[in-house]
Design a protein around this ligand. Structure first.
Ligand SMILES: [Zn+2]
Length: 308
């Protein structure tokens, strides 16, 4: 029988991380610690030998646990969870956890959801975990407004997409991911603006090393060794972060232990629904949103702050 690492410990996802001293590699999802991961560093790599998690999933959990005050029984939906039964059992111990999917050919989830038209009541969720799904949704704005609607005040969406362009654009030619799903958008750091337009308060979380690279305008950061050749497209993405508020949430040593690298592949947007933005959307969504589109963003934020 295959090992079921999650079933043998009582830890919930947000427990204090107890990294054993002397461990060279550590999985913050199942708490495995050992010498090395099963595959080379990459957002889709650094496979945990115990639970099978990959590096971007560990970065997602790291961001989530850091950003959200846990509530027992919180209503959590994860879009297209890649990890299987043991992971879902762990998540279900303290949370009302369900996996969702739109195209059920690639994954088997608990419920089917179209992010552009979510078949759930307003304010019915506390957390949405969404990793590498939004690029497969045609209408980003509509999906983000729907996520804002179904989250309760104080709720968060913890969102990852591949960081693929300096500025968000559709692919130049038809693009498909490994599970045959079409890619509609190649996102940049400016996804934060779309989240903000949908009503969220947004934090763009990256590794500390990536914040240094963005500040120095190139990868690797000034004075630090490269961990491999970097193509011009990646350099353009790193430069596009200049002038943005990026929050470094993982030290170099933590990134090394968790197999998170190369750093420019990792970004998590933690987008929070505030009571104020919830009230705004409830009051007169079409009138307010229509009016807000015609005024500068700095003024829009001020208006949103004072509207009932
Ligand atoms: Zn693991």
């Amino acid at each position: 029988m295959a090992p079921q690492p999650f079933l043998n410990n009582s830890l919930v996802p947000w427990s204090d991380l107890d990294i054993p001293s002397g461990a060279n590699s550590f999985c913050n999802i199942c708490r495995w610690a050992g010498e090395s991961f099963d595959s080379p560093p990459h957002s889709e790599g650094s496979h945990c030998p115990s639970c099978g998690s990959i590096a971007r999933e560990r970065f997602l959990h790291w961001s989530w646990i850091r950003s959200w005050v846990p509530v027992e029984g919180a209503r959590v939906i994860e879009n297209s969870p890649r990890l299987g039964e043991g992971y879902r059992t762990m998540m279900s111990r303290a949370l009302h956890y369900r996996g969702s999917d739109y195209d059920e050919r690639a994954h088997q989830a608990d419920i089917q959801l179209d992010l552009q038209d979510i078949d759930l009541p307003t304010s019915s969720l506390d957390v949405v975990l969404s990793t590498h799904v939004l690029e497969h949704v045609p209408n980003t704005g509509r999906a983000l407004r729907e996520l804002h609607r179904v989250l309760a005040p104080g709720g968060v969406v913890v969102l990852q997409v591949p960081l693929a362009e300096p500025t968000t654009k559709p692919p130049d030619s038809p693009e498909f991911h490994a599970d045959d799903t079409p890619v509609f958008w190649r996102f940049g750091f400016d996804l934060a603006d779309q989240l903000s337009d949908a009503g969220f308060v947004v934090e763009t979380q990256v590794t500390e090393r990536l914040t240094r690279a963005v500040a120095s305008g190139a990868w690797p950061p000034a004075g630090e060794p490269a961990d491999g050749p970097i193509d011009p497209a990646t350099q353009a993405i790193v430069r596009s972060g200049r002038g943005r508020v990026l929050t470094g949430v993982m030290t170099d040593e933590e990134a090394r232990l968790l197999g998170v690298g190369p750093d420019h592949m990792f970004v998590t947007w933690v987008a929070t629904v505030t009571p104020d933005s919830k009230r705004l959307h409830r009051t007169a969504p079409s009138r307010v949103r229509g009016a807000c589109r015609r005024i500068p963003k700095w003024l829009r934020r001020s208006i949103q702050a004072v509207l009932p």
